[in-house]
Design a protein around this ligand. Structure first.
Ligand code: ATP
Ligand code: MG
Length: 342
């Protein structure tokens, strides 16, 4: 009876996208983490996909914000409103049956920010809230047997953050998080096009270039795409043809920072667990890991096999939603934060 009444829900509170997994239903929300508010009154006009449409083309009195940009909660109030909106949309009857909520968040967020997330989920109607590291959730969502006594490495490249963890016996042995992800890939492309071609392009155009022809590893076939932007000197609109070699060049810097972080993490891993990782490989999740050729490049650079998870974009939400059932027999009441803080 109790099982019927109460549902566990998992939330991936990402800097780009928020996903909600409801036990027994699957992923019911998958929307951009964007809130549109009225200037001055701060009244929320739209959340998610509707708000994103306003992001680049907002009428004067409405501002669209990405409250979690760069892995930090830039705007607490709108983050709270966003979480509440998504939870109520996912569970229209949540007021009657309060759910248990597990939220996956980047581990580089501060204690204050973590508490804010927790509080928002309570205010949204949760009975119990648990905040866990994004990479721990990602590992569960990628079906990695993290409760085994063996080392597993997971690398989640999101929009604003990259989190690399070594997990064994359900615990985080090493975790490194940097505030760099797919958004920086876009920014690097914008900078490159401006610097080399004197053309100003928007974030959407840069993201399109990255997704359509971006490739982290050299390829025999060179792909091309035509983009439009504003000439930095004349101020007039102009077209430009970009190819995959140039996009790779533009992405070199942020990609090498991620590879450095992976190498650092491997270096911090106890030898026995490192041996497991060499054998089992690194599992990649998050939208950034979908960049063509990235797993191959990471494997070449580290000498460790690299695998892309089956559903890289869904892993955190899936893992958060399955956290309680997965961790049966383990102390799930203590997150890594509690353990760190004694
Ligand atoms: N096919 C693709 N190729 C390259 N990049 C992609 C692809 N699909 C999505 N991305 C990028 O993935 C990023 C979003 O990934 P994801 O949804 O995992 O981030 P997030 O979870 O919201 O962010 P974070 O984990 O940092 O909080 C964006 O930068 C997007 O451009
Ligand atoms: Mg994420």
């Amino acid at each position: 009876m109790f099982g019927l009444r109460s549902q566990d829900i998992g939330i991936d509170l990402g800097t780009c996208n928020t996903l909600i997994y409801v036990q027994g239903k699957g992923i019911v929300i998958n929307e951009p983490s964007v809130v549109a508010v009225e200037r001055g009154t701060k009244k929320v006009m739209a959340v998610g996909a509707d708000a994103k449409r306003m992001l680049w083309k907002t009428p004067g009195n409405i501002i669209a914000i990405r409250p979690l940009r760069d892995g930090v909660i830039a705007d607490l109030e709108s983050t709270e409103k966003m979480i509440r909106y998504f939870i109520s949309k996912a569970l229209p009857r949540y007021r009657l049956f309060k759910p248990r909520v597990v939220v996956g968040i980047p581990s580089c967020i501060t204690e204050v920010e973590r508490r804010a997330v927790e509080e928002s989920a309570y205010k949204a109607g949760a009975r119990e809230v648990m905040v866990i590291e994004e990479s721990r959730a990602a590992a569960i969502g990628a079906d990695i047997p993290i409760f085994e006594p063996a080392g597993h490495m997971i690398c989640d490249i999101g929009g604003g953050t990259t989190e690399i963890s070594v997990i064994s016996l359900g615990g985080m042995v090493v975790t490194n998080a940097i505030r760099l992800g797919g958004d920086e890939f876009d920014e690097a492309i914008i900078k490159h096009v401006r610097g080399i071609h004197n053309l100003i392009i928007g974030e959407q155009t840069a993201e399109r270039l990255k997704i359509e022809i971006g490739n982290a590893s050299p390829d025999k076939t060179i792909e091309k795409v035509e983009i439009k932007g504003t000439d930095a000197i004349t101020g007039l609109p102009r077209r430009l043809e970009m190819d995959s070699v140039e996009v790779r060049e533009a992405l070199k810097d942020p990609i090498s920072q991620i590879i450095e972080e992976i190498k650092t993490t491997l270096g911090q891993t106890p030898p026995e667990l490192a041996a497991d990782i060499v054998e089992r490989g690194i599992v990649m999740t998050g939208g950034g890991s979908l960049l063509k050729g990235l797993p191959k490049l990471i494997s070449n650079e580290t000498g460790v096999p690299v695998f892309l998870a089956e559903r890289p974009l869904d892993c955190v939400a899936l893992g958060a939603g399955k956290y309680f059932e997965n961790a049966k027999g383990f102390d799930t009441t203590r997150s890594i934060y509690d353990n760190l803080n004694g």
